[in-house]
Design a protein around this ligand. Structure first.
Ligand code: SAH
Ligand code: MG
Length: 213
């Protein structure tokens, strides 16, 4: 890690220490929760944009959902997770940290759960599940995003492989990285969205929905 990155991390160290206590658990158990500088960027976007209804694809242990909800008591997070053990951990964490009222966890494959959320409209969508599927999640759920709403996609530079695919030897990872490349290029071509890419942590894409053309 470069010195600036370490320095910024040291400045952020005392933010939200309660939920942050889940990070060592996530690292030990290889649960890929959103990195710290990215998280603080997303929370700052929430403070600026003031979303009330947030949709998250990929809950894992509930870390990011609780972090988002912690910005304001009025925020309601709907989050979708398919993995049974993650679902159980997330529910336990929501209870332990007092977020049961603010977070609604939907169980199942997000690609099959459109009906569970289609009665809602969202101000923000966070895409952070299977990386090869980001495009499908975007297409499926952004019709529920209000004009002016924000889509944030995590891991768009996946481990530095997206900009340097030749270093990837495993076929599966290569396939996935190719999908991420295609997604990023496709995002830039969407006439209804203005997208910005941030080279922080594992890469964030921030897309803002304009008027449909
Ligand atoms: N957003 C979390 C981390 C999510 S990790 C955080 O930052 O704290 C990605 C999660 O997405 C994993 O738990 C995985 O089980 C889940 N996932 C992957 N593909 C999915 C799908 N199609 N539907 C629902 N969940 C999915
Ligand atoms: Mg992520």
């Amino acid at each position: 890690m470069d010195k600036n990155h370490l320095y910024v991390l040291s400045l952020l160290e005392h933010n939200n220490v309660d939920i942050e206590s889940l990070r060592p658990y996530a690292e030990r158990h290889k649960v890929p929760i959103v990195d710290k500088v990215s998280l603080e960027m997303i929370k700052q976007t929430i403070r600026l944009h003031k979303p009330i209804h947030i949709l998250e694809i990929g809950t894992a242990i509930g870390y990011s959902a609780m972090q988002f909800a912690s910005v304001d008591r009025n925020i309601q997070v709907t989050t979708i997770e398919r993995d049974e053990s993650m679902i159980n951990l997330a529910r336990t964490n929501f209870k332990q940290f007092g977020y049961e009222q603010q977070i609604n966890l939907i169980e199942g494959n997000a690609l099959e759960q459109f009906e569970s959320v289609e009665d809602k409209q969202f101000d923000m969508i966070f895409i952070d599940a299977a990386k090869a599927q980001s495009l499908k999640f975007f297409q499926l759920f952004t019709p529920l995003l209000k004009t002016g709403g924000v889509v944030i996609t995590d891991n768009v530079l996946y481990h530095g492989f997206v900009s340097d695919i030749d270093v990837v030897r495993t076929r599966n990872v290569r396939q996935m990285v190719k999908k991420v490349q295609q997604y990023n290029e496709w995002l830039m071509q969407q006439p209804n969205f203005n997208t910005n890419f941030l080279n922080i942590d594992d890469g964030l894409a921030i897309s803002i929905k304009g008027e449909s053309k």
